[in-house]
Design a binder for this molecule. Structure first.
Ligand SMILES: Cc1cc2nc3c(=O)[nH]c(=O)nc-3n(C[C@H](O)[C@H](O)[C@H](O)COP(=O)(O)O)c2cc1C
Length: 339
């Protein structure tokens, strides 16, 4: 029986922002947190070898404001994953997630990511070792299957085998990964989505907490999945490209709490964070690159993006650039056509 049945992290997981390499770094997560207090945020995948053999513990740094935040690990060696889990737990993450979905070549050569859909027993060994390493909840993000596997046979077997370890929370990217012939990017679009199969898994494994992921473009599109009984919805690209649309009303709609005030307020709230980042030797564009989509679809959005993307890499660029960019939003007339 899981110890985590009623834990706050499960409630948070009703909506999550997906782990995305090079995108959901700590700056992105800090920014997303200003748009929603409740949504669960995931790190980029950090590989267990990078932590354990490479000693790259700085990859685990995050701000306390980011909670609830989950660390995603990649790997397939149980003892290495156990050690990496311990590092993650010591760093203060609220959840440790194992990546069984990433199809990239680099990851395949290290035998982890989506290729692990072929070896559920090995995934179970990994998860068991991770669970034994700390008290933090361990979860899995997987696909429907890979290549020519029959997803209707493989996925239930995978869930049964892996959940026999005692873990009860899975996020399922509702398409297969095709390991040969498609780039990672194509693998996020070309294999067809099968939402009914994920809903069937919830019906068949009612005791498991199951989140659905893949191709969900808005909070609007997320809600029916929750209403139809899934425990959570994970949104990736839409949350990154149009964060206000996904996150700004999530606290009220998904969690029944008060929403964060506005996209404009989030910009102002980023200024002290940016100031501190610059003072510690960081660059403005490292933070602002995650904010380009904030006003997507709003009058002035193009100017906002232009000012930030052209100005943020200039030597000496500072927080005032955000205010300049924001002035294009504020100056825009409300009934001006969206850009
Ligand atoms: C730029 C990028 C990087 C990604 N990196 C990861 C990753 O590190 N770990 C992972 O499990 N999935 C990764 N993914 C996949 C997403 O987590 C998600 O499963 C996928 O984008 C489908 O969800 P969406 O349609 O809502 O974007 C990545 C996706 C993108 C776009």
């Amino acid at each position: 029986m899981s110890l985590f049945i009623d834990s706050p992290i499960r409630t948070a997981a009703r909506l999550s922002v997906a782990p995305m390499m090079d995108w959901t770094d700590r700056h992105c997560r800090y920014f997303h947190r200003l748009l929603s207090k409740e949504t669960l945020l995931y790190t980029e995948m950090v590989t267990a070898p990078a932590l354990v053999r490479g000693g790259a513990l700085h990859l685990l740094d995050f701000a306390p404001e980011e909670h609830p935040v989950a660390l995603q690990l990649g790997g397939s060696d149980p003892s290495e994953l156990a050690q990496a889990t311990k590092f993650g737990a010591d760093a203060g993450y609220d959840e440790i997630n194992l990546n069984v979905g990433c199809p990239s070549d680099r990851v395949q050569s290290g035998t982890f990511g989506a290729v692990l859909m072929k070896t559920p027993e090995l995934v179970a060994d990994c998860v068991k070792a991770m669970q034994d390493a700390s008290d933090v909840e361990v979860t899995v993000k997987c696909r429907l299957g890979v290549d020519d596997q029959d997803a209707h046979a493989v996925l239930p077997h995978f869930l049964e085998t892996v959940s026999a370890t005692g873990i009860t929370r899975f996020t399922i990217h509702a398409r297969k990964a095709w390991l040969k012939g498609l780039s990672p990017k194509e693998n996020r679009d070309i294999p067809p989505l099968d939402y009914p199969l994920v809903h069937k898994m919830k019906a068949d494994f009612a005791h498991l907490h199951i989140s659905i992921n893949g191709g969900i473009n808005s909070l609007e599109e997320a809600m029916p999945h929750l209403e139809q009984g899934l425990d959570g919805v994970m949104i990736g690209r839409a949350a990154y490209h149009d964060p206000a649309q996904v996150l700004l009303h999530a606290d009220s709609r998904v969690y029944g709490k008060d929403d964060q005030s506005s996209a404009e307020a989030a910009v102002h709230d980023m200024l002290p964070y940016i100031e501190a980042h610059l003072q510690s030797g960081g660059k403005l564009h490292q933070v602002t690159r995650h904010m380009l989509g904030l006003f997507t679809g709003k009058p002035g959005a193009r100017a906002w993006r232009r000012v930030l993307s052209q100005g943020a890499s200039r030597p000496g660029a500072g927080p005032e650039l955000l205010l300049e960019a924001l002035s294009h939003i504020s100056q825009s007339h409300p009934d001006q056509a969206a850009e």
